[in-house]
Design a protein. Structure first.
Length: 226
C-alpha cells in the first residue's frame, strides 16, 4: 500500500467551515484547466453562503460497501450505526451523473480513484489513491483513504484537519436504468468544535454540497471515458 507524506497542497479555496470564502473531464489541458477553474468558483461561492445547506437525511440507514463485514469495534468506519452514542448523519447528498447505459458504477468509481486529480480539492494526494494512503486536502487538512470498494470510496479526516478528526465521508456510486447517481454521506466519531458551532456547521455543509456538486459534474463528463 502506498503512503504519501503530509505535504502542504495548493488549493482554490479555504476550508469549507469558513463562512466567507477567498476562495475534468479527461482530454486536453484546456479542459482540465476549465474544470479546476469551475471548482474554484463553486467553492468560493459556497463558502460565502450564510443560509442553511440543502436538507440532509439525518438518521437514514447507513450505506455499506459491498462485502462489508461486522461494524468496527472502535470508531465509526461502517457508518453511524457502528458509533457509540447513536451518532447521526451530518449530511447525505444525492447527485445525478447523467445517463451512461454502457458504463458500470464500478467504472465510475475507478475513474475517480485512478485519476484523483478529478477530485475538486485533491491537493497533494497521489494521482491514484489506495486504502491507507494519507495526504492533505484543502490547504493542509490531512485525510486517510479508509476504503475503496467496488462502487464506493471512503475517506476520513485526521488530527489537524480544520473540521476535526474522525469525520468519515463516503462516495457511493449506483446505476438505475442507465442513470448514474452519486450519494455522498458524512458522519463523525464524536462532535467537534465546528459541528457544535451553528455557523461553522452550516458553512461546512454548504461548502460540502457545492464541492460534491462540482465532483458530480466532472464525473458526469469523465464517465464517458470510464
Amino acid at each position: 500500500m502506498r503512503k504519501t507524506n503530509r505535504t502542504r497542497c495548493r488549493v482554490f479555496g479555504e476550508s469549507a467551515h469558513r463562512a466567507a470564502g477567498r476562495g475534468d473531464a479527461p482530454g486536453s489541458r484546456a479542459a482540465a484547466a476549465f474544470t479546476r477553474a469551475a471548482a474554484s468558483c463553486a467553492v468560493a461561492a459556497a463558502l460565502a453562503l450564510t443560509a442553511a445547506a440543502p436538507t440532509s437525511y439525518a438518521g437514514a440507514a447507513p450505506l455499506r460497501p459491498p462485502g462489508s463485514g461486522v461494524a468496527a469495534a472502535e470508531g465509526c468506519d461502517d457508518g453511524p450505526a457502528s458509533c457509540h452514542g447513536g451518532v447521526r448523519w451530518l449530511y447525505r447528498y444525492s447527485y445525478s451523473l447523467g445517463t451512461h447505459p454502457f458504463t458500470r458504477p464500478h467504472d465510475v468509481r475507478r475513474q475517480l480513484t485512478d485519476h484523483f486529480w478529478l477530485f475538486p480539492v485533491s491537493g497533494g494526494c497521489p494521482a491514484r489513491i489506495r486504502p491507507a494512503d494519507e495526504c492533505d486536502l484543502l490547504g493542509g487538512n490531512p485525510v486517510r483513504v479508509e476504503a475503496v470498494g467496488a462502487t464506493d470510496l471512503q475517506i476520513a479526516t485526521l488530527p489537524g484537519h480544520d473540521l476535526g478528526d474522525g469525520l468519515h465521508i463516503r462516495f457511493a456510486f449506483s446505476r438505475t436504468f442507465g442513470f448514474h447517481y452519486l450519494v455522498v454521506s458524512a458522519w463523525q466519531d464524536r462532535p467537534t468544535r465546528c459541528t457544535e458551532n451553528a455557523l461553522c456547521a452550516v458553512a461546512s455543509r454548504a461548502g460540502a454540497w457545492a464541492l460534491w456538486k462540482v465532483l458530480s459534474a466532472t464525473l458526469a463528463i469523465s464517465a464517458y471515458a470510464a
